[in-house]
Write a protein that binds this ligand. Structure first.
Ligand code: ASP
Length: 337
């Protein structure tokens, strides 16, 4: 992976097709490590990986910690409730405490957009070698989730060779609360970079029309798009229309903690219009996989029956694929320092 150029991993908008290839290829090499043989590799022995989660997490944090342990790194985790945050310390100062202790990679999650970016800029300006990996910031970005979703889809479409090209030309439908979802944003950068055409579906309050142009220009502060030609984004309000010709469906949690006002009046009505069920999937005309980043609100984004139908629902695979993907990300960052 000598061509890996990222010192930090903050946003998939900065990834080229080669970057997506490198991560998926490495994850595929690591995929059996957690379950076979000695279940560990010595690759990151002696490196220190720190998880700094200022916001709750079930999957991402445990998955990163397990990934680090499978590569024999030392792992340190920070718990906001028992920390000096309650004494008024800023998140950046908290992070710098762990940098001073020798962290090689800091995995940062925060409810405010750009905390990981600010920390990375500060570390660069001060000549620190510590790398920052964004574990999810505000509405902005969740790179490891976008990558594990990409890997899950690539494995579904081409189990023997799960590369980004496996999703080229596929029609991937993302349903639900796009406006408040950092997962949707990371998926838009990843999927369109790999040549998939993304269909977004949701009510106007959760899916403004501006999302059709989301990848047309790099985000503010980024000088150019590293991808020459991206897939397209289209918007539908009706699930029936959106599902026509779909190859895969991803649905998202209603992010009530991020809604500044009540954007959904009735959860039953929402489920009726946008909830994914075995019935609504019939509009796809073919059997398609269903993804959800979790946590799932059963009976809202997706029916319980569908969540438990492992012949269609890939939620378990997403969790499992998260480990080799995060091993790959930690390896790429920690072996540079
Ligand atoms: N776990 C994902 C995130 O942290 C999705 C969600 O919370 O709905 O963004």
């Amino acid at each position: 992976m000598s061509d890996w150029s990222h010192r930090h991993i903050l946003d998939l908008a900065t990834f080229s097709l080669e970057d997506f290839n490198s991560v998926l290829e490495l994850a595929n090499r690591f995929k059996d490590v957690p379950t076979k043989g000695t279940r560990k590799l010595p690759a990151l022995q002696g490196r220190l990986i720190t998880t700094l989660f200022f916001e709750p997490s079930t999957r991402t944090r445990s998955s990163f910690e397990l990934a680090a342990k499978r590569l024999s790194a030392d792992v340190q985790s920070f718990t906001p409730t028992s920390s000096s945050l309650s004494k008024g310390e800023t998140p950046i100062d908290t992070a710098l405490t762990y940098v001073a202790m020798g962290a090689d990679v800091l995995i940062v999650r925060h409810s405010s957009t750009n905390v990981p970016d600010q920390l990375a800029s500060y570390l660069d300006a001060t000549g620190s070698k510590t790398a920052v990996l964004n574990g999810g910031d505000g509405l902005h970005s969740h790179p490891s989730q976008g990558l594990l979703d990409l890997y899950t889809l690539a494995k579904f479409f081409n189990p023997n060779n799960p590369k980004p090209e496996a999703i080229k030309g596929k029609r991937i439908v993302i349903v639900g609360d796009i406006l408040h979802s950092r997962v949707a944003r990371s998926n838009l950068w990843a999927l369109t970079a790999c040549g998939a055409n993304v269909v977004l579906c949701g009510p106007p309050t959760l899916l403004p029309y501006e999302f059709a142009d989301f990848v047309n220009a790099p985000p503010p502060g980024q000088s150019h798009d590293p991808v020459a030609k991206r897939g397209q984004i289209t918007i539908f309000r009706s699930l029936k229309e959106a599902f026509k010709g779909a190859d895969a469906v991803m649905t998202l949690r209603l992010q009530k903690e991020r809604m500044r006002q009540n954007l959904i009046t009735d959860l039953y009505q929402y489920h009726y219009e946008y909830g994914i069920t075995h019935e609504s999937l019939k509009w796809c005309k073919q059997k398609v996989p269903v993804l959800h980043p979790g946590p799932v609100n059963r009976g809202v984004e997706m029916s319980s029956a569908l969540l438990e139908d492992t012949s269609i629902c890939l939620v378990k695979e997403q969790v499992q694929n998260g480990i080799p993907i995060r091993m790959a990300l930690l390896y790429l960052l920690a072996t540079r320092v």
